[in-house]
Design a protein around this ligand. Structure first.
Ligand code: UD1
Length: 430
C-alpha cells in the first residue's frame, strides 16, 4: 500500500494549479442520468472518487468517454468527460459500489425522477459521523415518492405519472440532500420550492448545469431554491468549478511552511471565510487574475479561533487542515466542529508529531508549539489526511503518512503539486 513521505523544513515557492472541484464534479456526473442526451463536463479532476462514480454510472447504463485531448492547465491536466445515458439499464445501486463512496447514494434522485423507481444501498464514505439519510427520505417523500428500507437498501417509487412538485423545508442544511431534491424536482410535475437549502457553490454549479440542460431553477446560492418541473432535459456542456477545498488546503500549506505561491485557476470568492481566517493567522492573500497569491514571510503564525458552519461559514472540509496550521501558532486557538460529530480523528495523529491538542465535546483547544517532529502517522479520512501533510511540511525530519488512499480520493497529484514548489514529498510504494 502506498505511503507518502514528507521531509519538513522547506518553504513553498511557485505555482500550484487548482483542479476542478470533486464535490461539484460528483453531483454533475450524477445529473447526467437525468437525460438520454450527452452531458459533457470539462475540468473534471482525476481522482479515485471520480473513477469510482464512473463505474457506478456505467452500471446504470451510462456510456462514458474521457476525451483523448487533455486540457493543459498549468502543470496539471484537467479532463473532459462525456456521459451518455441513452437507456437506464439498471435502477439498482448495489452495496459493493455505494459503500465505497457516500455521494454515489445521490443517484437516487435522477433514477427516481427519470425511471420512477430506484433501489439504492445505504451509503458508506468517510467515517466522520453517523451521516444518516433521513433528509433525503423526507425530501423525496414530499415529492410523492414512496420509500421503504429493506435489507440495507432504500426502495423508492414515484407515484403514477411521476414525482409531484411540492414545498419542502429542510429541518437541517444538507448539501447532498439539496443536490438530490433539486435534481429530482427538475422532472417533477409542477413547481418545487426547497427551503433551508444548502448555499454551497457546488449547489450553484449543479443548478447552472441543470439549467443549461433545460431545467428551470432559480434561487440556487440562497436558502430558497425554486424548481419548475419540465418534461425532459437535454445534453449540455459545462465546466466544473474550481476546488475551493483544495484551494484552501494549499493556502494553509503556504501559511504553514512560509513562502510565496500563486494558486492558479481558482477564485477567492469561493472561500472568503477560510481565506480571512488564514489572513488573520498571518498570511498575506491577494487575488490575482485567475487565481490567488498566498505569502508568509518571516512573521510567525497567530492563533485564530474558528467554528465550522454551512456555506458561507468556515467549511468543515478545511477544519483538519486549519488545525494542522494552528499546531504551530504562537498562542492558543479553539476549533469548534458543528457539522460532523466525529471529525476530530486527526487530533491523535497530529499529537504524534508533537502537537498539543485537547478535546472537549465538539471543541478542540490547540496550544501552539515551537516545533513538530516527524513520525509515522495514519490517514483516517480524506481531509484529515491532508492536515498531516501540512504538519509534515514543517516537522523536523520525516513524516510518513500511511493509508494515502484517503488522499487519492480527493487530492489530484498532491505530491507533484507540492514538490514543484520546493517541498520534499514523495510517494513510497511497498
Ligand atoms: C458534503 C460534502 C462533504 C462536506 C459536507 C458538509 C460532497 C461529495 N461531500 O457531504 O465533503 O463535508 O457536504 O459540507 O459534496 N445529515 C442528516 N441527515 C441526512 C443528511 C445529512 O442528518 O439525511 C447531516 C449529516 O450527518 C451532517 C450534516 O447533515 O451532520 C451535513 O451533511 P451534508 O451536508 O449532507 O454532507 P454531505 O452532502 O454528505
Amino acid at each position: 500500500m502506498d505511503r507518502i513521505r514528507i521531509r519538513g523544513g522547506n518553504e513553498l515557492h511557485g505555482i500550484i494549479p487548482i483542479s476542478g472541484a470533486k464535490n461539484a464534479a460528483l453531483p454533475l456526473m450524477i445529473a447526467s442520468l437525468l437525460t438520454d442526451d450527452t452531458l459533457t463536463l470539462e475540468n473534471v479532476p482525476h481522482l479515485a472518487d471520480v473513477e469510482q462514480l464512473i463505474r457506478i454510472l456505467g452500471n446504470h447504463g451510462a456510456d462514458i468517454s474521457v476525451n483523448g485531448r487533455r486540457e493543459r492547465q498549468g502543470e496539471s491536466y484537467a479532463r473532459t468527460v462525456h456521459f451518455t445515458s441513452r437507456n437506464i439499464v439498471d435502477t439498482t445501486a448495489p452495496y459493493e459500489l455505494v459503500s465505497k463512496m457516500r455521494a454515489s447514494f445521490w443517484v437516487i434522485g435522477p433514477l427516481l425522477a427519470r425511471e420512477g423507481k430506484a433501489r439504492v444501498s445505504l451509503p458508506g464514505g468517510c467515517a466522520i459521523g453517523t451521516r444518516p439519510v433521513d433528509l433525503f427520505i423526507e425530501g423525496l417523500s414530499a415529492l410523492g415518492a414512496r420509500i421503504e428500507i429493506d435489507g440495507g437498501y432504500i426502495n423508492a417509487a414515484a407515484p403514477e405519472g411521476g414525482l409531484i412538485g411540492a414545498r419542502y423545508v429542510f429541518p437541517k442544511v444538507s448539501v447532498g440532500a439539496t443536490h438530490v431534491l433539486m435534481m429530482a424536482a427538475t422532472l417533477a410535475r409542477g413547481t418545487t420550492v426547497i427551503g433551508n437549502a444548502a448555499r454551497e457553490p457546488e449547489v450553484v454549479d449543479l443548478a447552472n448545469c441543470l439549467n443549461a440542460m433545460g431545467a428551470k431553477i432559480t434561487g440556487a446560492g440562497t436558502s430558497t431554491i425554486t424548481i419548475e418541473g419540465v418534461t425532459s432535459l437535454s445534453g449540455a456542456r459545462h465546466r466544473v468549478l474550481p476546488d475551493r477545498i483544495e484551494t484552501g488546503t494549499y493556502a494553509m500549506a503556504v501559511a504553514m511552511a512560509g513562502g510565496d505561491v500563486v494558486l492558479e485557476g481558482t477564485d477567492a470568492a469561493l472561500l472568503d471565510t477560510a481565506l480571512e481566517a488564514i489572513r488573520r493567522a498571518g498570511a498575506e492573500i491577494t487575488p490575482t487574475e485567475g487565481g490567488i497569491r498566498v505569502r508568509r514571510n518571516g512573521g510567525g503564525i497567530k492563533p485564530v479561533d474558528i467554528v465550522t458552519d454551512p456555506f458561507p461559514g468556515f467549511p468543515t472540509d478545511l477544519q483538519a487542515q486549519f488545525m494542522g496550521l494552528m499546531t504551530r501558532s504562537n498562542g492558543v486557538s479553539h476549533i469548534t466542529e458543528t457539522i460532523f460529530e466525529n471529525r476530530f480523528m486527526h487530533v491523535q495523529e497530529l499529537a504524534r508529531l508533537g502537537a498539543r491538542i485537547s478535546l472537549s465535546g465538539q471543541t478542540a483547544k490547540i496550544e501552539g508549539v515551537a516545533r513538530l517532529k516527524g513520525a509515522p502517522v495514519m490517514a483516517t479520512d480524506l481531509r484529515a489526511s491532508v492536515s498531516l501533510v501540512i504538519a509534515g511540511l514543517v516537522a523536523e525530519g520525516d513524516t510518513m503518512v500511511s493509508r494515502v488512499y484517503h488522499l487519492d480520493r480527493g487530492f489530484e497529484r498532491l505530491e507533484e503539486k507540492l514538490t514543484r514548489c520546493g517541498a520534499e514529498v514523495e510517494r513510497v510504494s511497498d
